[in-house]
Design a protein around this ligand. Structure first.
Ligand code: NAP
Length: 487
């Protein structure tokens, strides 16, 4: 089956931080894939910006190395003709005249300014874009996470960006929302008659959202140590996933219809603060162990600091205080150096009210819908059936299992491919509105404050394990277990 593509208007896409990890590993490969699908019009330009002294040819040579595995060299050369580079320090004036002249030379183009730099530079960059009037016309700015480290700093960034770009020009990216499975969650919920009548506290026992990584912090230690798992994963990606599971049906896919419903969920989250943080959250930090078959150091050694109280693991129980979800726990778990790399949402339904099967048939398991975001995007619906053949009536719990790649025979586009083109088209449905970011910080802030006030360090866990034993206790206290390996 071939994928169909929509056309886009000619655009200039400027990547501030064009030589960085995100640009080379995600953004430029995503753009190259869209080019291969014919979605980068010939006059469009991609402009990399960083302080490093490079010219267009030098930047193209860097990109050739980063992109060469994707396709044959001839197509790559054609793509690279549309790529340019300007050396700039976001905090200095030098070079901006030249850059502004380059962008100004195509006044009809859609302009996208992707800020793939540390958030401390967002204000400088936007102020200068405003000074050169590059914010006018069909101009958009993309803000990478993290947007601040708390409500106050998020507001500072949003206020400063807001002086230059209106809310409708501002695209706060959360690449989890661009994943195929998250789109599919919308379609499963609202495109089938089957699920929505059951999608409530009357029929759903609990929801688990897991984002597990096998990697440690590696070279991102200094960034990560200032953030930690709650800021890096929970406040943004995981809350966005929770919202997509829990929101009321929007009236359409219009950007504000969807975002209004997500916001209501964020506002309905029950507070976690010093009064209940020790019952509802567990934070951990990895120690030396075995991950991906190799011995790995602990977080303190990797960081070169054994005094850090930054969490590399969080498990928590969230609750949504509204009519649909009252009493249904949402268990969230994320961490580094866990046994497998997996991101999934598992919705477990309540048990049947009465079993007509005798004890010999085996136990009845609860139905579960598992949406896998990575590594292999797909959906599993666990059902109970009769074990086929003779031998009496024996119950079996089996999945209806669909891997999107296998079922449709197409490579799923990376989330950034979809989201970058959504920005060019001016469609903000899958981007976070300012009030969503604020509401998410409003909920996450008291958890961070309560942890800091408690003075307790994160609990150690061995690399390659599923986190501290307290995380197991957190869910087992409620008579449930963590869902392991997509079951
Ligand atoms: P990175 O590898 O450190 O790259 C930073 C980029 O910014 C480099 O190109 C750097 O080049 C440029 N830069 C730094 N100071 C500058 C200045 N004063 N003026 C102009 N350019 C400057 O960082 P990254 O991993 O790509 O991450 C970028 C942002 O995305 C961060 O906020 C990060 O948290 C976020 N993010 C990253 C990932 C990821 O997978 N990497 C995922 C999600 C979000 P020069 O030093 O030559 O100037």
């Amino acid at each position: 089956m071939t994928a169909s593509t929509q056309s886009v208007d000619p655009f200039d896409l400027v990547i501030f931080g064009g030589t960085g990890d995100l640009a080379l590993r995600k953004l430029l490969p995503a753009l190259f894939h869209r080019f291969l699908d014919g979605q980068i019009p010939g006059s469009s330009r991609i402009v990399g910006i960083a302080r490093e002294t490079l010219d267009d040819a030098g930047y193209r040579a860097q990109l050739r190395e980063a992109l060469i595995g994707i396709c044959d060299a001839r197509q790559l050369d054609v793509f690279l003709q549309q790529v340019f580079y300007r050396p700039l320090d976001a905090r200095k004036d030098e070079g901006w005249d030249d850059f502004a002249a380059l962008i100004g030379s195509e006044p009809e183009h859609v302009r996208v300014f992707y800020l793939s730099t540390s958030p401390e530079l967002f204000v400088d960059i936007c102020t200068r874009l405003g000074h050169y009037k590059l914010n006018e016309g069909a101009s958009r700015v993309v803000l990478e996470k993290p947007i601040g480290r708390d409500l106050a700093s998020a507001n500072q960034i949003n206020d400063a960006v807001g002086k230059v770009f209106s809310e409708s020009q501002t695209f706060r990216i959360d690449h989890y929302l661009g994943k195929e499975t998250v789109q599919n969650l919308l379609v499963l919920r609202f495109g089938n008659a089957l699920f929505e009548p059951l999608w409530n506290a009357g029929h759903i026992d609990h929801v688990q959202i897991t984002v597990a990584e096998t990697l440690g912090v590696g070279h991102r230690g200094s960034y990560y140590d200032r953030a930690g798992a709650l800021r890096d994963m929970v406040q943004n990606h995981m809350l966005q996933l929770l919202c997509m599971v829990a929101m009321e049906p929007p009236s359409s896919l219009a950007p504000d219809a969807v975002r209004d419903e997500k916001l209501k969920v964020l506002h309905s989250l029950k507070p976690i603060d010093e009064s209940n943080v020790s019952q509802l959250t567990v934070r951990g930090q990895y120690r030396a162990g075995v991950a991906d078959g190799a011995s790995v150091p602990g977080y303190p050694e990797e960081l070169g600091n054994n005094k850090s109280n930054t969490e590399t693991f969080v498990a928590l129980k969230a609750e949504i205080a509204n009519w649909r979800w009252a009493g249904v726990p949402f268990y969230l778990r994320t961490g580094k150096r866990l046994p497998s790399r997996v991101s999934e949402i598992a919705v477990t339904f309540k048990p049947v009210p009465h079993s007509i099967f005798g004890g010999d048939a085996g136990t009845l398991a609860q139905n579960r819908l598992v949406l896998r975001l990575q590594p292999d995007e797909g959906v599993k619906l666990w059902l109970t059936i009769k074990h086929p053949g003779p031998g009496g009536l024996r119950l079996r719990h089996v999945p209806l299992d669909m891997s999107f790649a296998e079922a449709f025979g197409v490579q799923q586009p990376d989330a950034y491919e979809r989201l970058l083109l959504d920005v060019v088209r001016g469609n903000p449905t899958l981007f976070m509105r300012r009030d969503e970011v604020e509401a998410a910080w409003h909920w996450a802030g008291p958890i961070l404050a309560a942890w800091a006030d408690s003075g307790e360090p994160p609990r150690p866990y061995t690399a390659g394990s599923w986190g501290p034993s307290a995380a197991v206790a957190l869910i087992e206290r409620d008579g449930r277990t963590w869902n392991e390996d997509g079951e």
